[in-house]
Ligand binder design. Structure first.
Ligand SMILES: N[C@@H](CCC(=O)N[C@@H](CS)C(=O)NCC(=O)O)C(=O)O
Length: 330
């Protein structure tokens, strides 16, 4: 009986996935296959969701929300030893000394990781509240139902790019809002949201073993109950494996690894020999690229990317510049 339920729910996922990919509305609006927010509450009420088709673009279009922290990956990226250590930019604004910064997030969500890269770089201490993707009870109080949500001394900020812009303004009140990013920075920040994130999902779910690796990370770092975790790992991986094939088509990607390598090379070309896009120190585009790549860095796709492209040196520079996380215990 339980098995039957499971099978019929997996079938529901597949239908929802098809509904999404074909663009047809699906009656299974609440089946959620979120790469960052994968969950497996198969016994959930109709309100809970595995794969909510109205949110699929968020979940699946940017399914790079997975990573595994592994020794192999650490070693691959540890050319850092040979690199000079870049100092963090000191916080320049005495006006921005918040008492409490709280990030509502999914651990592997690329948008949340963009915000975290910024906070880490600027040494802004922040607490994290991991949101349960099934019931989102931690953000019940909010009308805005996506993550990241950042609370800065009671001020609510939403949308990763807006959050970063607002924080930058607080740190650098002397810089006019329009100049937060120059044309080049703006262009590449847009590229991250409109291109890079779409390339990541077909890669991290490319093969069944990669999909399981990704889901292993997601479910072990996310806010899941024990049962949710086990089911999500395998059912989510299976569903996303198929979804990623459809996503490839949706975004006209034929060779996902090729597209990932191309994106990495494109970024290195954009640097034009500079240490960072921002010159001798990272700008907001550097932080955005680094932020969305960080969750995949120790997955097979991230390791392959570093082995097969020139991005490793920049990534390592970013890693050493951003430094240790400024996250504090909640
Ligand atoms: N444009 C938003 C996108 C945020 C977003 O799509 N977040 C996803 C998770 S990575 C989300 O919360 N989706 C809704 C859900 O989980 O139900 C941003 O940059 O912050």
């Amino acid at each position: 009986m339980a098995t039957m339920n499971r099978i019929s729910r997996i079938a529901a996922i597949t239908r929802a996935v098809e509904g999404f990919v074909t663009g047809k509305p699906t009656p299974q609006r609440h089946v959620q296959v979120a790469l960052y927010s994968v969950s497996s509450n198969f016994n959930s009420s109709p309100k809970s969701h595995w794969f909510s088709s109205d949110r699929l673009t968020d979940h699946l279009g940017h399914s790079n929300c997975a990573a595994a922290h592994g020794m192999a990956g650490t070693m691959l990226f540890s050319v850092a030893a040979a690199q000079e250590v870049h100092a963090k930019e000191p916080r320049q604004s005495k006006e921005f000394m918040p008492n409490e910064v709280v990030l509502y997030q999914y651990e592997a969500c690329p948008f949340c990781n963009k915000v975290k890269a910024f906070l880490d770089y600027y040494d802004v201490p922040y607490k994290v509240v991991e949101v349960n993707p099934i019931n989102k009870k931690e953000i019940k109080w909010s009308d805005y139902k996506k993550v990241p949500i950042l609370m800065v001394d009671g001020e609510k900020m939403v949308d990763s790019s807006d959050i970063v812009d607002k924080l930058f303004q607080k740190i650098h009140p002397e810089i006019p809002v329009d100049s937060v990013s120059n044309d080049e920075g703006r262009k590449w920040r847009g590229w991250v949201d409109n291109h890079l994130v779409h390339v990541l999902s077909p890669n991290i779910y490319r093969t069944t073993s990669e999909a399981i690796e990704s889901f292993d990370y997601i479910t072990s770092h996310g806010n899941f109950s024990f049962t949710e975790r086990i089911i999500a790992k395998y059912a989510g991986a299976a569903a996303m494996y198929f979804v990623s094939k459809k996503l490839k088509k949706k975004h006209n990607i034929t060779d996902e690894r090729g597209a990932l390598y191309e994106a990495a090379e494109t970024w290195v070309d954009a640097l034009k020999g500079r240490e960072f896009l921002g010159g001798s120190k990272p700008d907001l585009a550097d932080l955005a690229v680094f932020g969305v790549l960080r969750p995949i860095r120790h997955l097979k796709s991230g390791r392959d990317m570093v082995e097969n492209t020139r991005i490793g040196e920049w990534y390592t520079r970013m890693e050493s510049t951003v430094g240790v996380s400024s996250r504090v215990m909640a």
